[in-house]
Design a protein around this ligand. Structure first.
Ligand code: SAH
Length: 222
């Protein structure tokens, strides 16, 4: 008897009960969440939990965010399709894959080389040819690819890095958790309304791993 779990059914149930039922309504986001095979981005040992309603360990003390939080952040970017997006804290590559279903190009930066290499491999194997993953400090952004229509930071920092704000295109949005190093954070959205005017909104409480870098938390005691 074939006992392989039906991941497609689990994925569609996840989109319905965890994402749509909680108020995410963008068809582009719902479609993307229904397409990316999350089970391929989590470590083999956690595959059974791929569609659980929470974050999961991806090793090296890092986590793949809860599906709902990924959907919330992507929806907050307000993408229409075809944009250029920066993904800071690429981790497993899952969030980048969701973005890549909507945007035309995704630039991902991951600080830990083991994770960056793994993400690159999985993204390629899953057919995401429009994602470029670099290993490095994402708090300084990716100047060579800027400006970005959207920037997602998937790790919590003390504040939104100025360097990232200036890499936003006019009209572009950045979404990032801001707060204390080991506690919870607030999800912040920055919209670059004009070259010199940035609007700041808060979208609710979240809990992310720390953003470690020049405009994040110091490397120090890690
Ligand atoms: N978007 C990821 C979430 C990974 S958790 C996913 O879908 O799996 C956040 C990641 O941010 C971790 O992998 C961590 O190593 C990374 N990170 C922390 N500080 C960083 C920095 N300054 N630049 C790039 N990546 C960073």
């Amino acid at each position: 008897m074939d006992t392989a779990p039906d991941f497609t059914a689990r994925r569609l149930a996840m989109v319905e009960h965890q994402i749509h039922a909680r108020g995410i309504s963008s068809p582009l986001v719902l479609d993307a969440m229904g397409r990316v095979r999350r089970e391929k981005f989590v470590p083999a040992a956690n595959r059974e939990q791929a569609y659980d309603d929470g974050p999961l360990s991806i090793g090296l003390g890092q986590t793949i965010s809860q599906p709902y939080v990924v959907a919330l952040m992507v929806e907050a970017l307000g993408l229409q399709g075809g944009e250029k997006v920066l993904d800071v804290g690429t981790g497993s590559g899952y969030g980048a894959a969701v973005l890549a279903c909507i945007a035309s190009e995704v630039f991902g930066i991951e600080r830990l080389s083991t994770l960056a290499q793994r993400a690159r491999r999985v993204l390629l194997a899953e057919g995401f040819l429009n994602v470029h993953v670099q290993c490095g400090d994402g708090t300084v952004g990716w100047p060579g690819a800027a400006p970005f229509d959207g920037i997602i930071v998937a790790a919590g920092g003390p504040d939104v890095p100025e360097t990232l704000k200036v890499q936003l295109a006019t009209g572009g949005r950045l979404v990032m958790p801001v707060g204390s190093e080991f506690g919870g954070q607030e999800l912040v959205r920055i919209t670059r309304q004009t070259p010199s005017r940035f609007r700041r909104e808060t979208l609710g409480g979240v809990r992310f791993v720390p953003l470690v870098g020049a405009e994040g938390w110091p490397e120090g005691n890690r």
